[in-house]
Design a protein around this ligand. Structure first.
Ligand code: CAA
Length: 384
């Protein structure tokens, strides 16, 4: 039985900061960000948008098509959790009126957790082939102002359904994985910004990639030439390019662009979406590849700091183009509002009130849902 991703939908904030604006403000050459890091714009969530509203907005497109009818589990991957106890997926379950016969849980291991969710979803579907699981990954990448990580911020969510006989991608059983207890990137509970040992994190990313690929290659007997395309975890697009150059030694610039270029288009203008980022790459690839990909194998590298890496693969299914949300993704990205540097810093400093009072947040542009305010330490969500 084939199991995998039936449909996938991507959402990001309606606001962005151009990295040339950041470069001017920080006295850095724009080339460092546009070329050296490979990022052009970063998505910035306004005060009434968070991981829950982005997640619900991504999944809403699936809901509108009836794809969430009868869904039996919602696995929510994030490293920007909004509550230490209640899973962010519970709010989404309410906003989307999902069935009450549904398991809901939140998963965490930095940017890797959506891949763990995908594997768990496949296990659930294998046990009950007629069932369907909704996986959501949603994150806000946030670093200290003026720090080296600042230019690699971003935000976004992906929502995908996992089922038998998927229309988009059948996931192969083979996988290679690697874990090592390291401190390359972390966020203590009392901080709202991530801490990172930047250069070290890029080295561990590559180390885990090599180990995961080695196991995958041993198990599957496949070679790099067996893949039509590759999707990487994308903290910034140059990282994915460097990773592929490490794996495919001596690859030409043209071939590098052919193998991973389409997967980087959305991330270059949305920024790091942490747990969602690999799957934003998949959306970008399927939305942009002019070449017919049905029947072709895609390689995936998922990385979560701390660290876990996994290399796995999937085969694109016939008629996959019928199951995409290409136009909706492109309209969203084209319709975003650009922030000035001052607006960016003002939004950055808007914290969540912690005194238990009643707060109604100003209305910004969001998707179908918004984080309307706080009352007695409860988050209030609603329709826009
Ligand atoms: N024109 C073109 N290129 C330029 C340039 C210019 N004017 N000025 C500098 N550059 C190049 C540099 O030569 C360098 O290129 P190489 O990497 O090829 O040497 C590149 O721009 C970056 O410059 P620096 O190395 O000086 O940048 P930095 O030290 O200020 O910051 C970073 C880089 C450490 C990655 C930082 O962005 C960071 O800490 N990011 C957050 C951590 C991160 O994303 N890590 C990735 C792995 S961990 C992970 O994947 C999990 C996750 O999601 C966070």
């Amino acid at each position: 039985m084939k199991t995998g991703i039936d449909q996938i939908s991507f959402y990001t904030s309606q606001y962005f900061l151009d990295l040339k604006t950041l470069a001017e403000a920080r006295g850095v050459e724009t080339g460092k960000f546009y070329v050296g890091i490979g990022q052009e714009k970063m998505g910035i969530p306004p005060p009434d948008e968070d991981i829950v509203t982005m997640a619900a907005s991504a999944a809403f497109r699936l809901k509108e098509q009836g794809a969430l009818d009868g869904v039996e589990a919602l696995l929510f991957a994030t490293e920007s959790g909004v509550d230490q106890s209640k899973a962010a997926g519970m709010f989404v379950h309410g906003l989307l009126s999902l069935p009450q016969r549904c398991r809901v849980v939140e998963l965490k291991q930095a940017c890797y957790s959506a891949t763990a969710a995908l594997r768990m979803a496949m296990g659930l579907v294998a046990m009950k082939p007629k069932s369907k699981v909704l996986v959501i990954a949603s994150d806000v990448a946030r670093y200290e102002l003026g720090s080296p990580g600042e230019s690699t911020q971003g935000c976004g969510a992906v929502a995908f359904t996992v089922s038998a006989d998927p229309r988009l991608l059948a996931i192969d059983p083979e996988a290679g994985f690697y874990a090592e207890d390291v401190m390359d990137f972390w966020r203590p509970n009392y901080l709202s910004e991530a801490l990172v040992d930047g250069k070290y994190s890029t080295l561990v990313y590559i180390k885990a990639l090599k180990a995961a690929w080695e196991q995958y290659a041993e198990e599957s007997g496949r070679f790099l030439g067996d893949f039509a395309r590759f999707c990487y975890h994308i903290p910034f697009t140059r990282m994915a390019e460097k990773a592929h150059q490490k794996l495919a030694k001596g690859i030409s610039d043209d071939e590098l662009c052919q193998k991973i270029g389409e997967s980087l288009i959305y991330s270059r203008i949305a920024g790091n979406c942490y747990s969602a980022s690999l799957y934003v790459g998949l959306c970008s690839l399927l939305d942009h590849a002019a070449e017919e990909l049905s029947g072709r194998r895609i390689g995936f590298y998922s990385y979560g700091s701390g660290c876990v890496g996994e290399f796995f693969s999937g085969v694109v299914q016939t008629d996959y183009r019928m199951a995409l949300f290409t136009q909706a993704h492109q309209n969203l990205l084209a319709g975003r509002t650009e922030l000035t540097f001052q607006q960016y810093e003002d939004i950055y400093h808007c914290g969540i009130p912690t005194d238990g009072g009643t707060y109604i947040f100003p209305q910004y542009r969001t998707g179908p849902f918004r984080f309307a305010g706080m009352q007695r330490h409860k988050r209030i969500y609603g329709r826009r």
